[in-house]
Design a protein around this ligand. Structure first.
Ligand code: ADP
Ligand code: MG
Ligand code: ZN
Length: 622
């Protein structure tokens, strides 16, 4: 980081050093200058005695000897004693020194000379101090932090020359729409306020790395036409406690002055982690910073048009206080793009690159399941490099195919290419979840099904409740267990074999069953009782230890009951899938074809609404 201010300061130091050296040289030089003949002091004494000198000027230890004819000579006295004392030692009498014989003048030290003298003492200190300061600054990483710890390093961007617009973002349509609304809010706040709408305070972008969170935020800055402050969460965290909080204050003060505007905090998990989970004091700074962010967000008046957009790829570690209504009340999930999304992203990144006529973007999109935007950008770039190294005029399909392999095999590949066979199993597994959930009236609605791998899961089915629930009935939990087991059941029915893909489902089902028995009193066998004490270990975050307060006999009963619940649910899942085999096949096929299925598309394939008389009734007794 070499800012102009930084350069100025270091050249100032060099200038000081240079001046210092010149002064020292001049100082020494002055003491030695003399072009005149230098007489030993003994000669001067003899000449005084013989009355041949008319005047002597003493300047420190230098003597200027002036003769009656106007000629001059110089001499030196010793430093320790006065001139007169020295003369007397050489035999000069007081009579010889009477003013009629010789005038002795003592020249006062000149002001310039005195200043020089002082400088001679002070300068080394100044230079050493300067040097220390200089070294300290360098050690601090060269930032201009020494002078501005408490100021935020946020960069302000105005949308006058946008480099990124919504045109440059593809494959994450829902997120784009959501942010488009935010832009509209800022452009015409009156329109929304007149209808009584409250402008959102915070928008949280969540998604795995490379899905385009930072890109989307930049696009917003390009489109919004309002000032845009951008800062990364880690920039709040410094060596000194309290700096983060004061930077937050500074940033928000600047933003409020510029309202309407957008503040973008990238990688907010750097400060927004769960509070109170730290062992020791190392988390204090982050906590203070986070608290300050919360305070500032709460302090916005309804007419302060400042919207905070934050991005994270670890929403699971965020402090719940950040997610409360009134703070980041809008949460936008950026999924891995599906086949259509990937095609759109490919189109963006091949823009302006010469393509051979055989390039088929749709095929490329098909061949890149699991790729996120950043992977695709990387892949296109690799293809261009390959083509250039082969001295081609344009990029051919072959280059793209090869670069896909490169990106997958590369060391930093997190997503994986899924083989046809695996893809089929995953499709049926997810279809199994969807079809069972659909067939059970108590289950929630299927929102989206996908066979694009995400995190640990190779595919996923999002099932969301239509309304918020505070009470969960036993039938609802049983239905959830059945649809969780639907994936494994489908594998067994269709392939007569089962895979490791269901391990997460099984864990969740087992936990649900255990909860029902030990915590919710939902087992006839064990009755309405709670078994075991749970302790939350505050200092380890959310870790939970369990204390057993029941006998071995009861423990056996619990285990038997849990097993019973799970196996009944599994049987139920298989029954449903056998009954709706045609729908299961149709959903799986559609998944293989387009990788994701929306709620509406599922409605078409499996029109049975989630009504009371649809599907198999779930009986009360498990
Ligand atoms: P994140 O912040 O989510 O980790 P970035 O926004 O930094 O990811 O994305 C890195 C790069 O990948 C972007 O600069 C862009 O070139 C490309 N990219 C990512 N997602 C998309 C997308 N949806 N559309 C187009 N390009 C994308
Ligand atoms: Mg980013
Ligand atoms: Zn599953």
């Amino acid at each position: 980081m070499d800012s102009p201010a930084n350069n100025n300061r270091s050249s100032l130091i060099y200038l000081l050093l240079f001046i210092g050296i010149i002064i020292l040289v001049m100082y020494n030089f002055r003491q030695e200058t003399s072009e005149q003949e230098e007489l030993p002091i003994g000669v001067v004494a003899a000449q005084i005695q013989s009355g041949r000198i008319s005047r002597i000027v003493i300047d420190e230890n230098n003597l200027r000897v002036i003769y009656p004819d106007g000629s001059e000579a110089v001499s030196q006295k010793e430093g320790e004693t006065t001139f007169v004392e020295q003369l007397k030692e050489l035999g000069v009498t007081t009579a010889d020194l009477n003013p009629e014989n010789v005038t002795i003048e003592i020249k006062p030290p000149s002001a310039w000379f005195g200043a020089l003298n002082i400088l001679g003492y002070v300068l080394p200190f100044v230079m050493i101090a300067g040097l220390f300061w200089f070294v300290f600054r360098q050690a601090r990483g060269g930032g201009n932090a020494a002078m501005s710890f408490g100021q935020s390093k946020a960069r302000k961007v105005t949308g006058d020359n946008p480099t990124v617009t919504f045109e440059d973002v593809a494959g994450i349509e829902e997120a784009k729409e959501e942010l488009y609304e935010v832009v509209e809010f800022l452009k015409e706040p009156e329109k929304f306020i007149s209808l009584g709408a409250r402008i959102p305070k915070g928008v949280l972008l969540m998604g795995v790395p490379g899905t385009g969170k930072t890109l989307l935020a930049k696009a917003v800055s390009g489109e919004a036409g309002v000032p845009f402050y951008s800062i990364s969460g880690s920039e709040f965290v410094e060596m000194f406690v309290g700096v983060g909080a004061s930077r937050v204050r500074d940033l928000f003060n600047r933003a409020k002055k510029d309202s309407p505007c957008i503040v973008f905090v990238d990688e907010i998990d750097a400060v927004g982690r769960h509070r109170g989970a730290g062992l020791g004091g190392s988390h204090d700074e982050r906590e203070q910073t986070l608290n300050q962010i919360l305070v500032e967000m709460d302090g916005f008046d309804t007419d302060t048009n400042v919207i905070i957009v934050a991005a994270t790829n670890r929403p699971d570690v965020l402090d719940p206080a950040l997610l409360r209504p009134g703070r980041f009340d809008r949460r936008v999930i950026l999924d891995r793009p599906d086949i259509r999304g990937r095609e759109g992203i490919l189109e963006i990144h091949v823009r302006g690159k010469p393509l051979a006529p055989d390039v088929d973007l749709q095929k490329l999109a098909q061949a890149t399941p699991g790729f996120v935007g950043a992977d695709i950008e990387n892949m296109v770039n690799e293809a261009a490099i390959l083509a250039a190294r082969r001295e081609k005029e344009s990029i051919e399909q072959k280059d793209f195919v090869e670069s896909i392999e490169r990106v997958i095999a590369g060391p930093e590949r997190k997503s994986r290419l899924i083989s046809e066979g695996e893809k089929q199993i995953i499709a049926y597994h997810e279809a199994g979840h969807a079809v069972t959930a659909r067939a059970l009236p108590e289950a929630d609605r299927v929102h989206k099904i996908s066979i694009i791998s995400r995190g640990q899961a190779s595919g996923y089915t999002i099932i969301l409740p239509e309304e918020d629930r505070t009470l969960v009935s036993r039938n609802k939990i049983l239905a959830d267990m059945v649809s969780l087991l639907g994936g494994r059941a489908a594998e067994e029915i269709v392939f007569s074999d089962i895979t490791s893909g269901a391990s997460n489902d099984l864990e969740r089902v087992t936990n649900l069953a255990r909860e029902m028995v030990t915590r919710l009193g939902m087992s006839d066998e064990l009755g309405p009782m709670v078994y075991g004490k749970k302790d939350e270990l505050v200092f380890l975050g959310r870790e939970i230890s369990e204390q057993r307060d029941y006998s071995d006999a009861v423990a056996e009963k619990i285990d038997a009951e849990v097993k019973q619940l799970v196996s009944t649910s599994y049987q139920k899942a298989k029954d449903i899938l056998l009954k709706y085999r045609a729908e299961l096949d149709a959903v799986a096929e559609k998944l293989l074809e387009q990788e994701t299925i929306t709620q509406e598309e599922l409605d078409e394939i499996f029109p049975t609404p989630n009504s009371k008389n649809a599907g198999l009734p779930v009986k009360n007794k498990a």
